[in-house]
Write a protein that binds this ligand. Sequence first.
Ligand code: HEC
Ligand code: HEC
Length: 396
Amino acid sequence: MTLPAPRAPALPIFLLLACACRSADAPTPGAGAASDSARPAVAAAEAARLRALYAQPASAWPAPEIDAGVAFVELGRVPRPPRSEDPRHEARVDLGRMLFFDARLSGPGQMACASCHDAELGWADGRSTSFGHAFQPLPRNAPSLLNVAFGAHFFWDGRVTTLEDQALAVFENPREMHASAAHVVEVLARSSGYRARFEAAFGQPEPTLPHALRSIADFERTLVSDGSSAFDEFLDGRADALSDEAVRGLHLFRTRARCANCHHGPLLTDGLFHDVGLSYYGRKLQDLGRYEVTRDPADVGRFKTPSLRNVARTGPYMHNGLFDLDGVLNMYSVGMPTLKRKPEEADDPLFPTKSPLLKELGLDAREKADLKAFLDALTERRRRVRPPELPAVEER
Ligand code: HEC
Ligand code: HEC
């Protein structure tokens, strides 16, 4: 089978416009400071000063710049989930891993969870938006599954609240795995190998959909940060684990660049939904995000704040996968795109409101490079997850 040609990368046109207008009619605020901080000696001295401060326990770090009303949690190491006392836990995880990799469960037998959530691509798929059943392009970017164990809402719009319901939604989606519950159970029941696995995992050999979903979810809950990133080593007391750029980036992230207003805690997410100006309201790429779930006009254009753990591996970015990391940082620097009401939208109650936590930052090239170095320092050791050997499914 030949793959369809990748689509040409869409240019975020408003971004180009935003940048062009800015340099034409507004001098960069703090331009003097920018050229100062760009001097290597000044930048090195700043890094040394910050390194000494951040080498202390987090409780003694410089205060973050956080707006009123934000429930800030300090950045830190990702906790290990508690070990399960359940003697069948390991059998369930092993079974879940098999189901995660088993394309025979999808309707046409060609697509597994692992098709779009690849360990080597940070448990995402490296595409702007995924291809689903019969290579139909899906509207959204596949998120990483790292640390989903800690999530309270899943999908970019948070439309399900358990990993079990999440897996069910993917199986049943005609544009994704295109598989009915009956199909999944029927395939599994035909396999004596799977029946033995279900017996070990649940004490009964008859496969059921809830048991299959539970196993997949238990497997996903094992995909937790392993503390191998440079930032984690720095938190462990290795003061030289972060480069000068990354130390300055960490400080910027928590202070002037305002990122920590939404990206905070060990996973660098508040787990909430915000409009960062990417709803493309009234345009071809329109995605109303959280509003599709709640029907609350305040939620138009809001998406779940993604974790930034391992973010260098999970591009392209945002719910629509339209941006690389430089593009993301350029947008934050100009305060993200601001939609203008068209005349006919003057009284439109659904017109989205961008989060007031976003402000024009006027980051200079060095500051963007510093932020990027910090984001890079969240990269974990590459995982090579060998697909498990799958039990045979007997012919009918
Ligand atoms: C065709 C590609 C594709 C397949 C196959 C696929 N996914 Fe996904 N997955 C996605 C996309 C795209 C999203 C985001 C969709 C959205 O937000 O509306 C997603 C979202 C998720 C999320 C939510 C993560 C978060 O942080 O919110 C989880 C968990 C997940 N998938 C698990 C699975 C499991 C388990 C399977 C197999 C049963 C699976 N996926 C199969 C593409 C895929
Ligand atoms: C108002 C809250 C908010 C602030 C402030 C904020 N972000 Fe985000 N961030 C989000 C949300 C929400 C998304 C997802 C938006 C979407 O997909 O439409 C996101 C997405 C991202 C992504 C893409 C991740 C992925 O997996 O696709 C990166 C990278 C990122 N932010 C970095 C930053 C940096 C760096 C800063 C500071 C300069 C920052 N953010 C400030 C809420 C915020």
